[in-house]
Design a protein around this ligand. Structure first.
Ligand code: CP3
Length: 343
């Protein structure tokens, strides 16, 4: 971690910092014309495998928005290549895994993961992005959380309800623990290598954790999340994003993340109260608000800032990824407004 304590890093540790730091989940993406221009030339996976281009889109999004942190351009599904599993990205349609993982023999036949080598292009992209960032702007590394990766592996892609993944999780202990354990191990290696390459903070994306009951989460998945968290130095900000997970907050609190990233479904203060005021919070504007107009955006931002009421430890973000149809001016307006209102 750089010694230069930026607003973002200070806020992760609940220290006073003004203006309020802001970055946007999925800030490098299709809503941005510079990103579209890159994607005209290369397919999504080619982009992911090209460190120069990944660094470029990371830095361009950071600069154009003037946000307080950059997030390395990559995808949570790249890691499954280390197990010998192929994923393609269809346009439209999203990720597709050619051979979904549904029995233990498949797990036993996975390739032995060589994370450092197989994902070297991500670490290279991190080094390049770091060298292009201003000294006071940190770089966030990330990975998918074990259960969210489990969902994609079992279903073979995105799903409306992830019922198949849930069914296997709840009915086949041997399969589930074997897969979750493996995903946990490679995720720890992956995130540590991102830190070693220069990432200043790490975020774990648990996009589908909200489909689990309190008891299933507690019994089956939570120990893996605690294991990942405890593998990291407490001086590196560890951000946990669980979507649709407000019913799990009393348990998520026990992960002891430096920062809890929350979606837009619940008001920020009751969420913060449950997750613990001693930890920082990140969120939680509904990304759909950015499809409206300046007046609506302003009213929602003021609503959030009024509740937070200058309490230290608040990082402004969206409650989920920015939508592809978002007008760039609206995203930029949001960033400038948050800075103006809190400086
Ligand atoms: O935030 C950033 O700027 C960094 C880049 C980033 C991407 N994916 C690039 C991407 C990050 C942080 C992710 C995380 C990710 N990927 C998540 C967790 C966050 C979330 O949204 O819940 C998940 C579930 C994925 C898996 C994934 N990747 C899906 C389901 C899709 C298709 C749906 C979609 O958004 O298009 C992707 C593709 C993807 N990942 C794109 C980008 C910019 C769009 C691909 C394109 O350029 O056509």
């Amino acid at each position: 971690m750089s010694n230069h304590k930026t607003n973002f890093l200070k806020t992760c540790f609940s220290q006073i910092a003004r203006p309020t730091p802001i970055w946007l989940m999925r800030q490098a993406g299709r809503y941005m014309k510079e990103y579209q221009a890159v994607r005209q030339k290369v397919k999504f996976l080619e982009l992911c495998h090209n460190p120069q281009l990944c660094a470029e889109v990371t830095l361009t999004a950071r600069e154009k928005l003037a946000v307080d942190a950059a997030i390395i351009f990559a995808d949570i599904l790249l890691i499954i290549n280390t197990l010998g599993i192929e994923v393609v990205f269809k346009e439209p349609g999203g990720p597709s895994i050619l051979t979904p993982v549904r029995n233990i023999d498949q797990i036993n036949n996975f390739k032995e993961a060589d994370v450092l080598n197989d994902l070297s292009y991500v670490f290279e992209a991190i080094k390049l992005a770091k060298s292009g960032l201003p000294i006071d702007i940190p770089l966030i590394g990330f990975a998918g959380a074990p259960f969210t990766l489990f969902c994609y592996l079992v279903e073979g892609g995105s799903s409306n309800n992830y019922n198949l993944a849930k069914q296997l999780l709840l009915s086949n202990d041997e399969f589930s623990h074997k897969l979750l354990n493996l995903l946990t191990q490679i995720t720890i290696t992956y995130l540590q290598a991102q830190i070693d390459a220069g990432a200043d903070a790490i975020q774990l994306f648990d996009s589908w954790i909200g489909i689990l009951s309190y008891h299933s989460f507690q019994n089956i998945v939570l120990p893996y999340l605690q294991k990942i968290r405890n593998a990291f130095d407490r001086n590196i900000p560890f951000i946990y994003f669980g979507q649709g997970a407000s019913h799990l907050y009393p348990l998520i609190k026990s992960i002891d993340a430096t920062v809890n990233s929350i979606d837009w479904r619940m008001e920020i203060m009751p969420a913060w109260n449950t997750l613990g005021y001693d930890k920082a919070i990140q969120g939680n504007l509904d990304p759909a608000i950015l499809l409206s107009n300046y007046d609506t955006i302003k009213a929602e931002v003021i609503h959030i800032l009024n509740q937070v009421n200058n309490r230290p430890g608040f990082i402004f973000n969206l409650g989920h990824g920015i939508l592809p149809q978002t007008p760039f001016e609206n995203a930029k307006y949001l960033v400038d407004l948050v800075h103006d209102l809190t400086s």
